[in-house]
Write a new protein. Structure first.
Length: 253
């Protein structure tokens, strides 16, 4: 797939001060100045909110040429594949699957991978709908309690992480200041991520699918930790911030 924004199957979403502008084979996604308490989002997907018909399963390769206009981005942003489990502008809820390049600025704090910070520019995978992950649900309240103990967390959480198919690596934040070529190989038995041809993450974890392509920038944040911290909110945007997607290429391999 290699489509211009004005051609199908892109679906454009612009919420609040979000703006989407066609740009060659891609788009400029911009969130303008947004006051406290208001949500803004600029987004393109290859699925619509009515059908949620996701087309992508492994094995495939995604290549995206993209960059931000500054290093002072707030909220979240990124591109890749997910199953749209939740978002501030929909009321659907499902167990999340994702394989993508993801950015979250503090106070965003998804501390899902052992030893990996809960914020920053990352390559990541997640599949909370696998049978091993579902088997953990009855024990979730107890797990939250025992994870308060650092020794227990360091010993037990890596096993939980495997069940959730969680793989993460933090990327150099300086990459965000200029366009780069991001690629991921989504396999049934794992995934490999690269930036400008240099591997940044090799993991045995990957979602099963089906997922849809998404690229976005917004001003939200979320807090989820194994120790039971949960939260969500929006961050004021004082200066416009832009994610430019120069092109997107998806191919089955």
């Amino acid at each position: 797939m290699n489509n211009r924004l004005e051609d199908r199957p892109w679906t454009v979403t612009a919420v609040g001060q979000g703006r989407v502008q066609a740009s060659g084979l891609g788009a400029r996604l911009t969130v303008g100045a947004t006051p406290s308490g208001r949500y803004s989002n600029a987004q393109i997907t290859d699925y619509d909110y009515r059908s949620m018909a996701f087309r992508w399963r492994p094995p495939l390769r995604l290549t995206v040429r993209a960059g931000f206009d500054s290093l002072n981005v707030v909220g979240t942003a990124g591109f890749g594949f997910w199953n749209h489990p939740f978002s501030p502008d929909t009321r659907r809820l499902r167990l999340p699957q994702a394989i993508w390049f993801f950015f979250g600025a503090p106070p965003h704090h998804l501390a899902l991978a052992h030893g990996v910070p809960g914020h920053g520019w990352k390559a990541a995978t997640l599949d909370a709908g696998r049978i091993p992950a579902l088997a953990l649900l009855p024990f979730a309240p107890l797990a939250v309690l025992v994870m308060q103990l650092p020794a227990v967390y360091h010993r037990l959480y890596p096993s939980i992480q495997r069940r959730l198919a969680l793989g993460e690596a933090v990327l150099d934040p300086a990459l965000m200041a200029a366009p780069h070529t991001y690629s991921l190989n989504w396999r049934r038995d794992g995934a490999a991520f690269a930036v400008d041809g240099v591997k940044v993450l090799e993991t045995p974890f990957s979602p099963r699918g089906a997922c849809g392509f998404i690229a976005w920038i917004d001003n939200q944040y979320a807090i989820v930790t194994p120790q039971g911290r949960f939260g969500w909110g929006v961050t004021p945007v004082t200066m416009p911030q832009t994610l430019t997607i120069e092109n997107v290429h998806i191919e089955h391999v």
